[in-house]
Design a protein around this ligand. Structure first.
Ligand code: ZN
Length: 176
């Protein structure tokens, strides 16, 4: 089991654009496993994109942990091909912005395509929480964070929260 260190703001690497995966090999499977280990180790994460742990490849793992059943979804090179005009507003959080939550407007429904971990192309339609989560994670692959949709003042509040959060965790847990 490898729990990787999650990068938090203001680390500028979160603004990197990640590259397409082109090899569906053992190494990719190991990375996916490490991403799940890291996601499940986090208290409340429902999705994690590879760049959040410093791997700048288009890999996303999602587990909405709904109904106490675990239904993991691995997305390689995901692409949103259609977004509904109908929008809705939900409170979002992010493992790279610990301790901060804010309302973000997203499309209610998306049509998307991706490759599974064996390299087979898949397509699907997502609504509700899954739709938000995919939009949020695909943003990460493009170097976009949910706070980028907020005002400068709210962005600053997010940064203050994270700095406080990280400081507190450092003194109490005594890890790096
Ligand atoms: Zn995030």
């Amino acid at each position: 089991m490898s729990v990787l260190k999650i990068i938090t703001i203001p680390d500028s690497r979160l603004k990197n654009k990640s590259l397409d995966v082109d090899k569906y090999d053992k190494e990719l499977k190991q990375k996916i496993k490490d991403l799940y280990d890291t996601l499940y180790f986090s208290e409340n994460g429902i999705g994690l994109a590879a760049p959040q742990v410093g791997i700048f490849e288009r890999i996303v793992v999602i587990d909405l942990k709904e109904d106490s059943k675990s239904k993991p979804l691995t997305l390689i090179n995901p692409k949103i091909i259609n977004k509904s005009n109908e929008k809705f507003i939900n409170q979002e959080g992010c493992l790279s912005i610990p301790g901060y939550y804010a309302d973000v407007e997203r499309s209610m429904e998306i049509e998307y395509e991706w490759f599974d971990e064996d390299g087979y192309k898949q397509t699907g339609i997502a609504q509700g929480l899954l739709s938000i989560c995919i939009q949020h994670e695909v943003d990460h692959l493009n170097g976009v964070l949910f706070i980028d949709y907020l005002s400068g003042l709210k962005k600053k509040m997010a940064l203050d929260k994270v700095l406080k959060f990280n400081k507190k965790n450092k003194t109490s847990k005594n890890d790096d």
